[in-house]
Ligand binder design. Structure first.
Ligand code: GLU
Ligand code: MG
Length: 448
């Protein structure tokens, strides 16, 4: 990798430019142009068939246009196998009339941010990305692979090769203009976490996609796989995508300070924070469909696996889906941490749903229930009911139904994007539902 190219320079000094966008499942897609075409493509865009984005052919949405967002241009800090250089740029998607395409995930998030700003609130998002580094992955036989090291939570690992992958990722991201706060070993063998600096909603969502791609490339270069799947290994913890959010004032009526903080409150929490948190609790089932969009996501959300299974909140307890994070003495650090999402989430769609839920809690002045400082999975059903603590959806169809029934979260995505999300996840569920697993054979073939 070369340190000579500063991030966010224009494309004249690369050989190719990758125009990036995502489908509804959050997979990065690209169309690559030679650098000689960049100036034209930057100004005029590139036509796109909507089936790439929505996952189905639909004549009404087949003529779309990718428009590069030049503020996102980065020089890819690794060259191609033959030494060519590549730039990457995120694109917005326009419809045939040149308007933002309603189901483009970046457009969905832009709309949600504009709605927050119209309320005098500027959202700030951060993420903690967990993943496994595995060796001997065999997608043909379905083997996820073996953990690349045998270390545990925050251990100083002796597997320098696995550490080197994390250093490669961190260095590449820094060269692409991200500020990497740090990386550490997670709870289970081979599991890692990397955190980059929080920022505005769109930048954080775009950067998470860059992180996942970079991690996969860097792992492969050292004969490993970086696996973000929510639960790749049945006997080990899953991968979380903890999402942090706070709201700053936009400077008009609300000032520019952190809106979640109130120095007069014994816990430092403003009324607006309490209502916002009550909003995400109220919409937790629908948000689960966005934060946990795969069949595999629900194998992570099980009791006693380090993940939340109830829609509760706490100040200190990490077994709840929502936690107050940060230091009340440092107002800017006070934020909401969501602990149930996993890295299969489409960050743009999830963040848009979260912003709508926060706003709805404020609009309805929802009352925040008591904090749950005990492990919620140890509470008896009666205690949970008395405290108004509901289970998070335990499977994908329940979460998708909740999304369809939630006018606020569904409305934030819009009919077209929400419909595409539900269709995509439901077709995964239908495919999974038709499979008879070895576990079922072992359990039932000779016994029922
Ligand atoms: N890996 C855990 C999960 O899947 C989270 C571990 C942590 O607290 O960072 O939720
Ligand atoms: Mg973690």
């Amino acid at each position: 990798m070369s340190r000579s190219t500063p991030p966010n320079e224009q494309a004249e000094d690369v050989d190719f430019v990758q125009l990036l966008f995502t489908d509804v499942a959050g997979r990065l897609k690209t169309l690559e142009v030679p650098s000689a075409r960049w100036a034209e493509v930057r100004d005029d865009g590139w036509t796109l068939d909507g089936a790439v984005l929505l996952g189905y052919g639909d004549p009404e949405h087949s003529d779309l246009r990718l428009m590069p967002d030049p503020s996102t241009f980065v020089h890819r800090p690794w060259s191609t196998p033959s030494g060519r250089t590549v730039g990457m740029v995120f694109c917005d998607v326009l419809d045939s009339a040149g308007r933002p395409f309603a189901a483009d995930p970046r457009a969905v998030l832009r709309r949600a941010v504009e709605a927050s700003e119209a309320r005098g609130q500027r959202p700030v998002f951060g993420v903690e990305a967990e993943f496994y580094l595995l060796r001997d992955t065999d997608t043909g036989t379905g083997a996820a692979g073996h953990p690349a090291d045998g270390a545990g939570y925050w251990d100083l690992s002796v597997d320098e090769q696995a550490d080197e992958v994390c250093r490669d990722i961190a260095e590449a991201l820094e060269l692409m203009g991200l500020t990497v706060d740090g990386h550490h070993h997670e709870v289970c063998s081979g599991q890692r976490e990397l955190v980059f600096r929080h920022g505005d909603a769109l930048a954080t969502a775009d950067r998470l996609l860059l992180l996942k791609h970079t991690a996969r490339v860097m792992a492969r270069r050292r004969n490993m796989s970086a696996v973000f799947m929510p639960k790749p290994l049945a006997h080990l913890y899953g991968n979380a995508l903890h999402v942090h959010v706070s709201l700053d004032g936009t400077g008009t009526d609300t000032g520019t300070g952190p809106l979640f903080h109130d120095a007069a409150d014994p816990h430092g929490m403003s009324e607006l924070f309490r209502h916002s948190l009550a909003g995400v609790l109220d919409h937790a089932p629908a948000l689960t469909a966005l934060g946990n969009p795969t069949v595999n996501s629900y194998k992570r959300l099980v009791p006693a696996s380090g993940t939340p299974v109830h829609a509760s909140w706490a100040r200190h307890n990490r077994s709840t889906a929502f936690k107050v994070a940060g230091d009340t003495a440092a107002p800017r650090s006070l934020r909401l941490e969501m602990r149930s999402p996993d890295p299969a989430a489409h960050p743009h769609l999830l963040f848009a749903g979260v912003l709508a839920a926060l706003a709805d809690g404020q609009d309805r002045a929802l009352k925040l229930p008591e904090a749950c400082e005990e492990a919620a999975d140890a509470l008896a059903a009666g205690d949970l009911a008395a405290r108004g603590i509901a289970e998070l959806p335990t499977d994908l169809p329940s979460a998708l139904r909740a999304l369809e029934q939630d006018a606020v979260v569904h409305g934030a995505l819009g009919e077209l994007a929400a419909g595409a999300v539900v269709r995509n996840s439901r077709s995964d569920w239908a495919a999974w539902h038709r499979i008879v697993t070895p576990w079922e054979i072992g359990r039932y073939a000779q016994t029922v």
